[in-house]
Design a protein around this ligand. Structure first.
Ligand SMILES: [Zn+2]
Ligand SMILES: [Zn+2]
Length: 293
């Protein structure tokens, strides 16, 4: 297994969300095999209704102590081996204040190191919202997706916006996603992120599913970089062997876009870590791992 060109992976899931596999020891072992120094678990946050996906997508609220214990077990195992394990969460971005209030209670009571903000447009709740608000054309859906994401950036809830163009996957759009056409709306997200000092996530999972492009699309990465956006880097692993997947390509893409550092969170505090120089990366791309999405 090739060592990861970047030592921190900021996005991964545990079996508690119902669609990931791996014991704490297996994540620790895989992280060490990849030469990682820090990993941050970011399971899907509990949400108030089954329309956000029930069991099979996310843990129930009363499972949070289990999640905490899972991460603590991994932390204890990693400690002696020189791996730092942190406690994060993949929270939701959603355009309904009441729903967000319910979720905010969790954010207020759990001491997360890192909070991702994701708009999972594929869940029933968001599709219901679109339908109830008469949003049906691809163009309107893309516009609403990015506008809601920008509102998420302004909300102060999240440290980083996860896979910020995931609207292109999972069949919410009828005719597919064109990054060029989405630019004006994506720029609103970038502006809100920069103004509110929120990071964007470069999420490599897109390289291994659907259209085989990282999140966000390289064009969008470049636009965000030019506007001064800060990035976090995550594999979105749902299986230990996917840790740091695609980081070689991610580092190349970020460097090519003029980005020299990536941000990592600990207890909500941000730290910048330099990316390796292009010249220091090993020749050739790593072979993509064969993994379930
Ligand atoms: Zn997941
Ligand atoms: Zn996600």
């Amino acid at each position: 297994m090739m060592p990861s060109p970047f030592p921190v992976d900021c996005h991964m899931h545990t079996p508690l969300c119902g669609h990931a596999v791996g014991e704490p020891a297996e994540f620790v072992e895989a992280a060490l095999a990849r030469g990682l120094q820090t990993i941050i678990f970011t399971c899907h946050i509990p949400m108030p209704s089954a329309r956000f996906g029930g069991a099979g997508i996310r843990m129930d609220r009363d499972m949070l102590p289990l999640y905490r214990r899972y991460v603590e077990e991994a932390r204890a195992l990693g400690k002696d081996a020189g791996l730092e394990v942190r406690y994060g969460i993949e929270a939701e971005v959603f355009p309904d204040a009441q729903v967000m209030e319910w979720m905010d209670e969790i954010l207020a009571t759990e001491r997360f190191d890192f909070i991702l903000g994701s708009l999972h447009h594929q869940v029933g709740a968001y599709r219901d919202w679109l339908r109830e608000h008469g949003v049906t054309s691809d163009e309107a859906i893309v516009r609403h997706y990015f506008t809601h994401l920008a509102a998420g950036a302004r909300s102060g809830r999240y440290h980083s916006l996860a896979h910020p163009d995931v609207i292109r996957l999972y069949g919410t759009l009828r005719d597919g996603f064109e990054p060029e056409r989405a630019l004006p709306w994506f720029e609103e997200v970038v502006e809100a992120a920069v103004e509110n000092d929120v990071c964007l996530e470069l999420n490599t999972s897109g390289l291994f599913k659907g259209d085989y492009v990282m999140h966000p699309d390289p064009l969008l990465i470049r636009v965000a970089a030019e506007a001064g956006a800060k990035f976090t880097l995550g594999s979105d692993s749902h299986i230990p062997t996917a840790l740091a997947q695609g980081f070689d390509q991610a580092v190349r893409q970020l460097r090519a876009s003029g980005i020299g550092e990536v941000y990592v969170f600990n207890g909500g505090e941000r730290e910048a870590l330099p990316l390796p120089e292009l010249a220091d990366l090993p020749e050739g791309d790593e072979a993509p791992p064969s993994i379930p999405s």
